[in-house]
Design a protein around this ligand. Structure first.
Ligand code: MV4
Length: 717
């Protein structure tokens, strides 16, 4: 066994290797760039050496410097982690030439499998199924056209040196080929310094399934089952799980044996991953081999109980695998979420910076592989992964629930993270059913329910409302913006709409509220020519519109709780805010803010309102189209508003009362800070709430909250 290992990497994977070494009694040497001196991989190693300035080229990719550290510190092995130099055959060569063991396959195998066309032909010879495609590099446009016609369109042109979706072009007809061929070659040259491209039949909606293998120096090869890595965005994996929800015992054996056969054919050594595409008919095709430990290796560790990094080290030191294929059992289910410092609201733009609050999740079945802590500053030079959150449970649905719970516990302030986005994935009905492909994120999460103003306007049947629309991705408060616009003369019917609202509106009695992912949130500017005496009835009309729309569109039993909360099964599904600017005898403008929890998932709500709030999606058990909801709501509200400007207050109040909780029930009204108990009697012509107090007197409330469950009111007070 080795005495001392240098980890030629940074961040969580460097720490992961250090942990394995510590448990094996091996000394560790970390290297770090000037940007990483506060990283835990530096702190937890026995020795650590700075190898240069922040850019990876000058530090983590600086072969000379790395070799010098490895030799001077007396290391007998180097672990490359993933990324950086982990699949660089030249680096492997120079490490081994220096008499140091490289923990990974041989340079020649890395080289062979790094070229995708060579890997394809090698694996074809080994008997693995390939996607129908060109036997080798494409020589010309006409060769590409001939092959595409042979396989049938659509086809895909890929870079031989490729990966990560770079240098890939889809072609649907002969006409597409020349441009695609040439631009793929240009991109391939730019990214991989290799202009070679090849062509394959394009598989629609495949799953990305990869098999973990371990191979020792004696030719023993085992597979450790699969990981489903189909949940990706722009070729960046977001969430991985093991086993795949699509897998069967027979398919696992067939695919696993294919991976073993492929590994044996190239005399593979150490840990490796065979990537496959699995089509909807259950056919699988070899894609490529990754010759490194992978980011998502923990899910395999959780379901097999094998420590992959320790096995890598043992194999490199010449030890024989301590198990045979028949010893490997897949037990339970594991999911990994990559927590990145990125803003899902801003196209996943990196959000480096200082972590001001950092509270880790814990409890049964929860594992965090990361290097962050309170006060840690995420450097902007490298990838933006903060940590990997991994859970295990005996069942898949248990693992999903556990992951949601753990994501809820995870508090990271100071930077934006992908935590809320993961919650959306975990709530998606298709994900929960395990019905997903590599198109899942664009098809089921990003496009399905985006509030594109153009699309909303297309469906709009209103004459007045929303004909002018201002759209924002994320704002603190649409009401605040609408008020500013109204004050500077924005016309009647103008709408300020936000994809999400992050908080900041103060409600009637100082409550703040937010509209998380999936909510509908907009403010309308109105300039009605009615007497200020009647102005407050517009918020009753707004509640009627929300309540009716929910009933009509989804058949749910929505009810109004005076004055303008809309409830589903006693839980709040909508809030309405009214801001008025008055002159002595006229209304200057009214800004009405609508917040409706349409597709909001329970775990997206702030914890403290999870018991009292709900959403249409939660009550209906499925996602609905927010766009359609907005169309219908605006149409209904326009009808209410027409009655309002025509001073038909009796009609407004009549409809309103038919949707409120029945009168005669016992209620508590909270007015400022006082509680009044009594019986609900009526709503009068001014829209005020009339209650009969215990002493028999009638009380009239113009503002307040009504509770039909007294305990709740008392708790709130
Ligand atoms: C494909 C494909 C469909 N048909 N090849 C994307 C990255 C690269 N490693 C291979 N990729 C794909 N190759 C054929 N013939 C679809 C993809 C693909 C994909 C693959 C795995 C995981 C996510 C993906 C997302 C989009 C496209």
């Amino acid at each position: 066994m080795f005495n001392k290992i240098m980890i030629a990497n940074r961040g969580e994977i460097a720490l992961r290797v250090i942990r394995a070494c510590k448990e094996l009694g091996i000394s560790t040497v970390s290297v770090y760039s000037e940007a990483d001196d506060k990283s835990l991989h530096v702190k937890y190693a026995d020795e650590a050496y700075c190898i240069g300035p922040p850019p990876a080229k000058s530090s983590y990719l600086n072969v000379e410097e790395l070799l010098e550290v490895a030799q001077d510190s007396g290391c007998d092995a180097v672990h490359p982690g993933y990324g950086f130099l982990s699949e660089n055959a030249q680096f492997v060569d120079s490490v081994r030439k220096a008499g140091i063991e490289f923990i990974g396959p041989s340079a020649s195998v890395i080289k062979k499998l790094g070229d995708k066309t060579v890997a394809r032909s090698t694996m074809k010879k080994a008997g693995l199924p390939l996607i129908p495609g060109s036997p080798s590099t494409l020589k010309s446009e006409s060769e590409a056209i001939d092959l595409a016609n042979q396989f049938g369109y659509p086809c895909i042109i890929k870079a031989s040196g490729g990966g990560g979706g770079r240098g890939m072009r889809l072609v649907f007809s002969d006409d597409d080929v020349p441009d695609a061929f040439n631009s793929a070659k240009r991109e391939a040259e730019a990214f991989f310094s290799n202009p070679d491209v090849y062509l394959e039949k394009y598989l629609e909606e495949p799953r990305h399934i990869e098999f973990q293998i371990l191979a020792d120096k004696n030719g023993n090869v085992v597979h450790l089952g699969e990981r489903d890595c189909s949940i990706q965005r722009r070729h960046q994996k977001l969430l991985e799980e093991a086993p795949s929800p699509r897998m069967t015992q027979v398919l696992r054996e067939t695919m696993g044996n294919a991976a073993i056969q492929g590994a044996k054919a190239v005399k593979y050594e150490n840990a490796g991953t065979f990537e496959f595409l699995l089509d909807k008919y259950g056919n699988f095709y070899f894609m490529e081999v990754n010759t490194r430990i992978q980011v998502e290796h923990p899910v395999t560790e959780m379901v097999t109980g094998v420590d992959l990094v320790k096995e890598q080290i043992r194999i490199a030191s010449g030890e024989e695998l301590p198990f045979r294929q028949s010893d490997i059992k897949i037990s339970g289910h594991s999911i990994e979420c990559r927590i990145n410092a990125e803003d899902p609201q801003e196209n996943f733009f990196p959000s480096p910076g200082k972590i001001t609050t950092y509270n880790l999740p814990g409890g049964p079945g929860v594992r965090v592989d990361g290097i962050s802590y309170q006060g840690y500053e995420i450097p902007p030079y490298y990838d933006s992964m903060v940590a990997k959150l991994i859970v295990w449970d005996p069942t898949r649905s248990g693992a999903i629930n556990r992951m949601r719970r753990a994501l809820d516990e995870y508090t990271i302030d100071g930077v934006k993270t992908t935590i809320p986005f993961h919650k959306m994935i975990l709530f998606n009905a298709y994900f929960r059913k395990g019905e997903y492909s590599t198109n899942f994120i664009p098809k089921r999460i990003l496009n399905e329910d985006k509030l594109i103003p153009k699309e909303i306007k297309k469906g709009l049947k209103t004459k007045l409302l929303g004909q002018k629309m201002h759209y924002f991705e994320e704002v603190a408060s649409t009401n605040k913006i609408a008020k500013e616009m109204a004050a500077s003369g924005a016309e009647e019917g103008t709408i300020v709409l936000a994809e999400t609202q992050s908080g900041g509106i103060k409600g009637r009695i100082g409550r703040e509220w937010i509209s998380p992912f999936g909510g509908v949130c907009f403010s309308v500017i109105l300039r009605p020519k009615v007497s200020p005496r009647h102005a407050s009835k517009i918020s009753l009309a707004a509640a009627t519109a929300v309540c009716k729309t929910i009933r009509d569109l989804y058949g749910l039993d929505a009810k109004i709780n005076w004055p303008n909360d809309v409830l589903l099964h006693g839980k709040k599904v909508s809030g309405i805010l009214t801001d008025m600017a008055m002159d002595v005898n006229s209304i200057k403008y009214i800004v009405l803010g609508f917040g409706v929890n349409v597709n909001v998932e329970m775990l997206s709500f702030p914890t403290k309102i999870q018991k009292t709030a709900t959403s249409i999606k939660e009550e209906l058990g499925k996602t609905v189209l927010r766009r359609e909801f907005i169309d219908a709501l605006l149409l209904e509200f326009e009808r209410q508003y027409t009655n309002f400007v025509n001073e038909q207050y009796d009609v407004i109040l009549g409809e309103y009362k038919s949707l409120t909780y029945p009168f005669g029930g016992r209620v508590i009204v909270k007015d400022q800070d006082n509680l009044y108990e009594g019986t609900a009697i009526d709503i009068n012509d001014d829209g005020a709430f009339i209650m009969k107090a215990k002493d028999g007197s009638l009380m009239t409330f113009f503002t307040g909250d009504v509770y039909d469950r007294p305990e709740e009111a008392i708790k709130k007070a």
